[in-house]
Design a protein around this ligand. Structure first.
Ligand SMILES: [Zn+2]
Length: 391
């Protein structure tokens, strides 16, 4: 991955290049933002640029010894740490001759490299878990970065970097690091060995253990700008309408495309309509059924539901106050919005949007989807039920 592989993010790229060019290399940096904004890709491009022997015009040369090894992510000074868990795939791998009997990041390194290279670093946590067969984040199954991982990394750090250049350790999703692992590595993060740089790539820094977080220099990676998303869609001959759903996040675009290709067209509208119907009629039993069904969706589908539902609510409100032209409405949504708009007004729009936003965050932070969704459905009901609307 080169800086040119990153979609948009020109400001961030310039800051990172300038830091390296001027020798201001912080030893522990945290790139925070959604994976689909390009956080991991930025970290890998940073590592390549940092160790390139012949940088020019703000880009790595692509042909030096270091760049050559970076092409396959097999650079001897590049180390990855990422969440994992014990699965059959890993057992097969270490039974095949790996020296460790504990599952650590390196047990999965060949799967990791393959996925990262094929997706240019734009991967979701769920996609990673699917690759190594450890289930679904939305069902509270997740990987961890545990003590065995920390110990394995520490062993690698005993040796100096090979040849010229920095040893770069990319820790993907440090929020999954448990307390034992962070205690094992804390001193390293504070005073790394010579010529060693830690790049933490996080989606949620508030979940990182504070003693680790406080040792990093934080760089917030924002959503990709609208014009860069539009350019990306044009360049790749993709449907322009994907822009409205993207939220500056390439992973959302990829997930919609994957679903279309697999004929798994996720449609949020019937789910939203059903929720509103149950709320309006105060049908609590059906609301519980609704939330049980909903909590079986996967994380990307839940995200898509929340994002699109908020868009529909805003469109209804805008339609209701007579500013229809300002809203983004797809043909299949027109009739529903026309009929539903009278129910969304000054009295409930703000509360509804904040309920949707809060639950979206709870789910993103790995909250138990059954608990979150039943509470969500009942709270929404208070603002949509026929009784409250007639008041
Ligand atoms: Zn190079």
């Amino acid at each position: 991955m080169f800086f040119t592989d990153i979609i948009g993010q020109e400001n961030i790229k310039n800051i990172l290049r300038e830091n390296i060019d001027s020798g201001r290399i912080a030893h522990a940096q945290l790139f925070e933002g959604k994976s689909g904004y390009g956080t991991l890709t930025l970290a890998i491009a940073y590592a390549r640029y940092l160790n390139c022997e012949n940088r020019h015009n703000g880009e790595a040369c692509g042909v030096c010894k270091s760049c050559y090894a970076m092409n396959t992510l097999e650079h001897p000074n590049l180390h990855f740490v990422f969440p994992s868990n014990k699965t059959k795939k890993a057992e097969m791998m270490y039974n095949d001759g790996s020296s460790t009997s504990k599952v650590v990041s390196d047990s999965y390194i060949s799967y990791w490299r393959k996925l990262i290279l094929s997706k240019k670093g734009y991967i979701t946590e769920q996609e990673w878990y699917k690759t190594i067969g450890i289930g679904d984040v939305s069902k509270n199954v997740s990987g961890i970065i545990g003590r065995a991982d920390a110990k394995a990394l520490k062993e690698k750090l005993i040796y100096k970097s090979i040849g010229k250049g920095y040893k770069v350790i990319i820790i993907w999703l440090p929020e999954r690091m448990n307390i034992e692992a962070s205690n094992t590595l804390l001193k390293e993060f504070e005073e790394p060995s010579e010529m060693t740089v830690y790049l933490f790539v996080s989606e949620n820094s508030s979940a990182i253990i504070p003693t680790v977080l406080s040792r990093t220099q934080q760089i917030n990676i924002p959503p990709i700008k609208d014009e860069d998303i539009k350019y990306y869609l044009q360049k790749n001959k993709l449907d322009d309408n994907l822009f409205y759903q993207s939220q500056g996040d390439i992973n959302i675009i990829n997930s919609i495309i994957d679903k279309k290709e697999n004929n798994e067209n996720f449609s949020f509208l019937p789910i939203f309509q059903n929720l509103m119907r149950c709320c309006y009629t105060d049908n609590y039993l059906k609301l519980i059924d609704w939330s049980n069904d909903f909590s079986t969706l996967n994380r990307e589908e839940i995200k898509s539901f929340f994002y699109n539902s908020m868009r529909i609510l805003r469109s209804c409100y805008i339609t209701n106050i007579g500013l229809k032209k300002l809203s983004v409405i797809y043909p299949e949504e027109k009739l529903f919005i026309k009929n539903f708009a009278p129910y969304i007004n000054d009295k409930n729009i703000e509360n509804l949007i904040s309920i949707f936003e809060k639950c979206f965050l709870d789910i993103s932070r790995n909250g138990n989807s059954k608990v979150v969704m039943s509470h969500f459905a009942l709270t929404v009901c208070k603002h949509i039920s026929s009784k409250s609307i007639r008041k």
